[in-house]
Design a protein around this ligand. Structure first.
Ligand SMILES: *Cc1c(COP(=O)(O)O)cnc(C)c1O
Length: 498
């Protein structure tokens, strides 16, 4: 931040960015609106800036950001795909954008119809029976799904089931959500093939007889590998009395090809910002709908969008519902974007999306595997994980490689995740990139591998051309500098502070 002028430091007395119409009613005396002893004696020392200063300031700041609209973003396990502008057009339609969330159903038939149809599409894609659109993110979907599973077990008189099984490659939100839901987590080992070690699963099931509440997993998993034993895994967990929770973060690989419901899963969450091209938007607002199989419908949060003939309405949740997970119907305008994406692509288009995502990942993996170690050497799904072990020995770590990519105008892949791969580089190109972009990335990664061999210090000091260089990440996390302070505090500010 050091060289950047902050908005507080710009401007001059009397400059204005906003123009208000002249007051056409008598101005009431201020102290009839605000008690006299709470009125400021002096105006607050706020920046006075002209419109052009404000516009340039924020445009400049936005140009310092990296986003899907500015460059390639192969962040694994995140599906940073292009946000089609058609989604934005639909979400901006005044009939959607200006809708009050508590407007009567008789006046919001189109909106409820959209949600009703979106629920149907997501149910079809996942192989589930019904879907709640309320959760606001994938992780929020996880806690929703686990609460549904818990309510189901309690209803069956099996409330003592307290163990959730989670593979060792899982995303951190999985154990966090299970713990938040009141469960104990037990880690499942991966086998040499990168899938769940079925022999280990068998031992864990035997060790926790009568206590298994659920298995939480994603397939393809965080290594980008499809677990071919999934039907057998599902059979064993069900036989032990557990439910199967599908973390849908990797659904970009399977749409129209296979369905969690057909693999044996009982609950599925979607990350619409990953699979359905809605904006990630710095962590929100997002949407993480949750689908369930027939036997779990009574526990869904309500209300759900309903339909009778041409009439759309809100269907109240029954007595077994876990209750609301969010106000109103969730992040409605995010749901409009996901609906647009699904309608625009259609069934064949969605299948093509997944097939292209898988093809693109395999294309990069094959083009680079002579330069980077590939711990699990098999065809990948929509992403794959290299290890930078070789480069680490040469003097450049996964972090250094990630930082060096920034010098070429590309966002780094996910690094050091999943934890089971040392020096992990988790690469997910998505379906939206052109062959030229993939080839450019491949050429840059080959150049970086060469640099690691010949001049690793170049990588260790990267990035060289970004606005800020290598940050002290620990200091940034522990002591974030979030508040602007004037260098010499003006009198009025000092008075407020004391
Ligand atoms: C992204 C991700 C999550 C969490 O989803 P959010 O929508 O970010 O809350 C969970 N599991 C996996 C595998 C993920 O990649």
């Amino acid at each position: 931040m050091s060289t950047e002028t902050l908005i507080f430091e710009k401007g001059g007395p009397g400059r204005r960015a906003a123009t208000l119409p002249t007051l056409d009613v008598p101005a009431p005396p201020l102290d009839t609106l605000i008690p006299a002893d709470l009125l400021r004696a002096e105006p607050a020392p706020l920046p006075e800036v002209s419109e052009i200063e404000v516009v340039r300031h924020y445009t400049h700041l936005s140009q310092r950001n990296f986003g899907v609209d500015t460059g390639f973003y192969p962040l694994g396990s995140c599906t940073m795909k292009y946000n089609p502008k058609l989604n934005e057009d639909m979400a901006a339609l005044p009939g959607f954008a200006r809708l009050h969330p508590q407007e009567d159903a008789s006046l919001t038939q189109g909106a409820i119809r959209l949600l009703y149809e979106l629920e149907g599409y997501l149910a079809e894609i996942s192989g589930m029976r019904r879907v709640t659109l309320q959760p606001a993110a994938g992780a929020h979907g996880e806690i929703t799904g686990l609460m549904i599973i818990k309510a189901h077990h309690e209803h069956q008189g099996e409330g003592h089931r307290d163990v959730v099984l989670i593979p060792d490659g899982a995303h951190g939100t999985n154990p966090a959500s299970a713990t938040l839901a009141g469960y104990t987590t037990v880690e499942l080992k991966s086998d040499a093939h990168g899938g769940v070690d079925v022999a280990h699963l068998e031992r864990v099931l035997a060790d926790h007889q009568g206590r298994i509440a659920a298995l939480m997993m994603t397939n393809p998993n965080t290594l980008g590998l499809f677990d071919e034993n999934i039907v057998e895994i599902a059979r064993r967990v069900h036989a032990a009395g557990g439910q199967l929770y599908y973390d849908g973060a990797n659904a970009n690989a399977i749409m129209g090809i296979t369905r969690p419901g057909d693999m044996g899963f009982d609950v599925v969450h979607f990350n619409l910002h990953k699979t359905c091209s809605t904006p990630h938007g710095g962590g929100g607002p997002g949407a993480g709908p949750v689908g369930v199989a027939e036997h779990l419908i009574p526990f869904l949060p309500g209300p759900l969008p309903g339909r009778e003939g041409d009439d759309y309405f809100w269907e109240d949740a029954g007595p077994l519902s876990i209750g609301r997970m969010r106000a109103n119907c969730g992040n409605f305008l995010v749901l409009v974007r996901a609906y647009t994406y699904i309608r625009f692509n259609g069934p064949d288009g969605l299948r093509h999306v997944s097939a292209s995502a898988v093809l693109n990942a395999n294309y990069i993996m094959r083009a680079l595997r002579d330069e980077y170690d590939l711990p699990y050497d098999r065809a990948c799904m929509h992403e794959f994980v290299f290890s930078a072990n070789r480069q680490k020995r040469q003097g450049a770590s996964a972090l250094d490689i990630a930082k060096r990519l920034l010098d070429f105008g590309m966002h780094p892949p996910t690094i050091y995740f999943p934890l089971i791969v040392p020096e992990a580089l988790m690469i997910e190109p998505t379906e939206t990139e052109t062959k030229e972009t993939l080839d450019e990335f491949i050429a840059i990664m080959r150049q970086i591998a060469r640099e690691a061999r010949e001049q690793p210090e170049l990588l260790r000091e990267a990035p060289h051309i970004t606005v800020v260089g290598r940050l002290d990440q620990t200091l940034a996390a522990r002591k974030p500098d979030l508040r602007w302070q004037p260098e010499t505090a003006p009198a009025a500010t000092a008075a407020v502070a004391t």
